[in-house]
Design a protein around this ligand. Structure first.
Ligand code: AOF
Ligand code: ZN
Length: 372
């Protein structure tokens, strides 16, 4: 429907401001759920007069933030937005109305919002009010930035990023042992950054028992925005002394259990401050599609899976991996090493994805894969 306005014709200037809006929007990743992390730049006579991004918790929206800064200078200006401005009445009036009221002359929008409450009506309302609307500039990049929102709206489940770390010889550790140290500090800090850009981070009970991880983003300024911790624990066996439960007042932990797990164990976990969700299981393996639906229903748009060869393999088997981060350390583990995906080769996963980039992190290498 927007084809006629597809702004593949967008000028270099338009592209520059849209890229800025995209990078502003990304500041909100992990922090705006259940809403998308949108960016907005308002430009008058070639000068930026307002910048905004979706605020923590999803409100105010990006456009309102940028208009608040631009004040009267928004009149006759061009607004660059990474997602179609909303047209629905939420707790506050729609952004489309705020843009109209401010007298903006032109809106450059990267993509339509798939939310059925918006779905083209935001663009239509702007046009109906005499605003020039160009849709489609940097659409691929915007689709990636809003992958979480798009997944949740169109498939009722979050966008899933899987992270694995392997040694130089492709091993994840030694069987039954504590997670081997495979990567260095730079890679670790990079992982904290990736965590902070996700709404929730998921592991299996095996990882919790073996490593007692905190699963937080322990970098200055990032801890506060640590994602929700999600633990798959079919029998509700997680010991209360471990970090994911003992620190639950600081960072939320959601535990997924089978319908058969002990109600008493649930009561104790809930009294500590955790949330417990019940899903169906097959021989102790929780139904991941159900887990995904619950997470989507709770508003999670971006899920990072960090968890152990069993959990990782079950996500691959269920074809739930949308994005894959592979960290490769410089040392070999050798004899007795186990693979990162239980019972399957790594190319079962990489074969379905496309290598998007490679980055050196100290002595380690990061490979980033996305769905083709
Ligand atoms: C925008 N700008 O910055 C965001 C938008 O619950 P509400 O009223 O806050 O609306 C949430 C919906 O608004 C969300 O599902 C998505 O469609 C859109 N998000 N829209 O114009 C923004 N975050
Ligand atoms: Zn809005």
């Amino acid at each position: 429907a927007e084809a006629a306005n597809s702004a593949s014709s967008g000028s270099a200037v338009d592209e520059r401001f849209m890229r800025l809006a995209l990078s502003l929007g990304r500041r909100g990743l992990g922090n705006t759920w259940p809403n998308p992390a949108v960016g907005c730049v308002i430009v008058k006579d070639g000068v930026i007069v307002g910048r905004g991004w979706t605020q923590p918790g999803g409100r105010p929206h990006a456009e309102v933030e940028a208009l608040r800064r631009a004040k009267r200078l928004a009149k006759g200006a061009t607004a660059y937005v990474t997602l179609e401005p909303c047209s629905h009445e939420g707790k506050t009036p729609p952004c489309a109305d705020a843009i109209i009221k401010a007298g903006v002359a032109r809106v450059v929008s990267a993509i339509e919002d798939p939310n059925p409450e918006v779905a083209g009506q935001g663009h239509a309302r702007l046009r109906d009010n005499g605003i020039v609307v160009d849709v489609g500039l940097c659409a691929d990049e915007a689709r990636r930035a809003h992958a979480g929102h798009i997944a949740r709206i169109t498939t009722s489940r979050p966008h899933v990023t899987l992270k694995l770390a392997v040694s130089a010889d492709g091993k994840a550790g030694l069987a039954g042992r504590k997670q081997a140290v495979i990567t260095g500090d730079e890679a670790r800090n990079h992982v904290f950054n990736i965590r902070a850009q996700h709404d929730a981070i998921l592991v299996g009970l095996g990882t919790v028992l073996a490593d007692n991880p905190q699963l937080t983003a322990r970098l200055p300024g990032l801890y506060e925005r640590s994602p929700v911790r999600v633990v798959l624990d079919a029998q509700l066996r997680v010991p209360l002394s471990l970090s994911v439960i003992s620190t639950v007042r600081d960072v939320p932990t959601w535990v997924f259990a089978s319908q058969k797990a002990s109600p008493v164990a649930e009561e104790i976990l809930v009294s500590k401050g955790a949330r417990v969700f019940r899903v169906d299981d097959t021989q102790g393996r929780l139904d991941l599609d159900e887990v995904m639906k619950v997470l989507g229903g709770e508003g999670i748009t971006r899920l990072m899976v960090e968890g152990g060869p069993t959990v990782a393999a079950s996500f691959v088997a269920a074809d739930l991996v949308d994005e894959f981060v592979l960290l490769k350390g410089p040392k070999a583990i050798g004899e007795g090493g186990i693979g990162p995906l239980e019972g399957m080769a790594l190319d079962r996963l990489t074969g379905k994805l496309e290598l998007d980039g490679t980055e050196a992190l100290g002595a380690d290498t990061l490979e980033h894969y996305v769905r083709c």
